[in-house]
Structures are given as C-alpha cells and as structure tokens.
Design a protein around this ligand. Sequence first.
Ligand SMILES: [Zn+2]
Length: 172
Amino acid sequence: MHPLQIFNFCPKCGSKNFLINSNYSKKCLDCSFEYFKNPIIGVAVLVYNESGKILCLQRERNPGKGLLGLPGGFVDLGESIEEAAIREVKEETGIEIENLKLVDNIPNSYIYSEMEQAPLDFYFTANITKNALLKEQKGETSHLRFVSPKEINPDSFAMESTRIYLKKHILK
Ligand SMILES: [Zn+2]
C-alpha cells in the first residue's frame, strides 16, 4: 500500500488528479504540487535515577494505550532533537534531566489515523536531577515509576522501536 494512498485530493488546489509520483510522493496533474511522505522525528529518553533504575510510564492514549512507554514525543518545527528530548520529559513527567546522551536511532512503525506512521526515533539516556519531583500528565501518561533494568520486559512496551532498543541495549 502506498504511504499516501488515503490522500485523494491535492492539498493545495483540491484537484482529484493527485496521483502517485514515486514510492514516497504524490503529485497534482493540475497545479504540479508534489507532496512527500518523509519520516517524522521522534525522541525517547531512558531517565535513570540514583539507583540505576529507569523511568517508565503507562500510555494513556493510542497507539498502545495501557502499555508501557518511555518519556518522549515528536520534534517540533525548528527544534533540535536534544531540545525536544528535554521538553518532552519535562512535559510528561514534570522533571528536569541532565547528562543527556544520544545512544541510538531506530525506525518505528504503527498505525494512527488510519495511516502507517513511520517516525525515526532517537533514543537518549539521561539522569534525573537531584530533588526532582515526578508529576503525571493527565490524559497522556500515568503510573510513572522507576524500574530496575533487570525487571524490564520489552514485550510490555507499546512501541516497536522501544522493544528493539531495550533488547539491544538493556537486555544484552
Ligand atoms: Zn493541485
């Protein structure tokens, strides 16, 4: 299935002559507008506490509602991946982090809004700052808790890229 199959009309002029032009694009025969499906950029952070445990959360929204996740989200326009990582951790858990380090990047894939979404997820490690207080975000994250790396079960995590990361870097 073409990644832009569900887009039937040109987003610029509204023409129905909006046709597949390459594996990742559609082009309008009437106004020549071309639209590409590119990866969106995701970030996720393994936040460690003083005991070496990793901050996990329960997802309150689909995809993967009820399953586990790491704090993270999407890079905003004009933002660096580091800025996005720090902002998303703060938004989802209320805490500040330090020693942010990029470890890996892994393509992800899931269905959202009837479309296959394919973010490229950047995985960081970081430390929780001293005296930081966890604060859950209503409607998005709940049950924030620190889990020992030994107790991590990748299959209880929602995102394919997270499962791959955990198997590669934590359960090695
Ligand atoms: Zn058009």
